[in-house]
Design a binder for this molecule. Sequence first.
Ligand SMILES: [Zn+2]
Length: 566
Amino acid sequence: MRMGLRFAAAVSAALLAVSNASGQKKDGPADTVILHGKIYTMNSRQPWAEALGIRGDRIIAVGSDQEISKLQSRDTQVIDAKGQMVLPGFTDCHIHFIEGSFSLGRVNLAGAKDAKDVQQRLRQYGQAHPGESWILGRGWNYAMFPGSLPDKKTLDEVFPDRPAFLEGYDGHTYWANSKALALAHIDKNTPDPPNGAIVRDPATGEPSGALKEAAEALVAAAIPLATRGEKLSALRAGIHWANENGLTRVHSAGGDFQELELYDELLRHGELTLRFYVAYFQDPPKLRPEDLAAIEDARRKYTGDWLSAGAVKFMIDGVVESHTAAMLQPYSDDASLRGQPFWDADTYKSAVAELDKRGLQLFTHAIGDRGVRMVLDAYQNMERVNRTSGKRPRIEHIETVSAEDIPRFGRLGVIASMQPLHSYPDEDTLLVWARNAGPDRASRAWVWKRIAAAGGPLAFGSDWPVVTLNPFEGIQTAVTRQTAEGLPPEGFVPSERLSLADAIRGYTLEAAYAGFREKTEGSIEPGKLADLIVLSQNLFEIAPSAIHQTKVLTTIVGGRVVFQAR
Ligand SMILES: [Zn+2]
């Protein structure tokens, strides 16, 4: 693609601006150039380009092969994109990174068909890992156990003497065998903990092995803690996996604030090849002085392009499948349930206002329509009492929302941080989720298009390890609202299908905006960080059903190649 004189002038101006900002020479050569690419820039003034130049950790120019070739010297590294698509590196706006990293080495039950299949996988894993004292894993879903939750007996048949503890795919319900329950001292006399439930046999009162929400902690306390070395090696594997899938930044939504120092160690040793924005997880029932101290301390300490803190994550409710998401009306399959919020509305409101006053960004998990409304109310209140605006508070998930609340995202500037793969219309979604929610609420399932049409900013992510962190599967689901097999044929709430360009934007420029990084990340333009990916196929030239087959060929973060496909 040829660029005219006006473009050349713009490049010079940009070069000047960059050199002034960084104190580098105005017209020095590029350290790296990418040539012969189909570069989709996310910059509306120059949507497509062939080539770009990088100096240090920044993009210095974007243009035609001819223009960019002029920036080459003998020492310039030349990457030939061979006509492949180049995109800004992807940001995953909702991830549980250390848990995901550990999940890479544990039992993976995702995609198992039924209890038999689960047993088969467990047996194999157990035989391959004879030294592991606890069998840990995740990924089972509710549809594998039609009409009920999983039972300890299924696990006892495989592991009569070894404790086994398996997280449901959504991280809200857990499954223990008898040995694990015994080691955790859970029996029929153990009371339910706050915001959690020990599921019991209705006849005998014996724990069934299923544990909801906060009851997980009872078993977790009995599992030997991972050592520092084990955590670091899990993180290295997780970071590599993220780069291999095209991620250059993640927003960690809870679970690893306590591990910030490990990320910092990786950074100091030049091993951090993924940028991290890490949120503090604020437990109910209230904000305490020690929470504030920890948040403020981390925010002061971690402020760079690679590692930063300054966000606080709340959870207002649970999930639809286990009836813990807070709903305005009773659940469709059980009129006695509507899901209890984890926070008292006023306590949550004042905690939000206090954190906002300190300039912290807020993330709140809200899945049911009542949960979403409570959060919107609290964000609206905080702007009023603090007389602030533009603070970009976020709601995470938003699986269903009342029609009258949809325009409030745009009106209040609340970011809808959604995970397209959660709407993946498999049996778990179409049978369990939709049955519990009922047809009316299901007609407003994952309404990213309506939220965006009403001016609400979108930010996409995975919630890894709940689902894969592969963003191409997320993009395909956002665009098709179908499974990989093309079901349902008409799409699940097909009016919510997003354009490909908008879906990519949700993982790039809007994702950058959701973390206050749009000035330096999220698009390919001079002055921005050189975070880029080269893909195996041009997403605009293939059928939407083939998007998930896309492979990342090269990942560059801060000007450095951190992943190269063989
Ligand atoms: Zn999450």
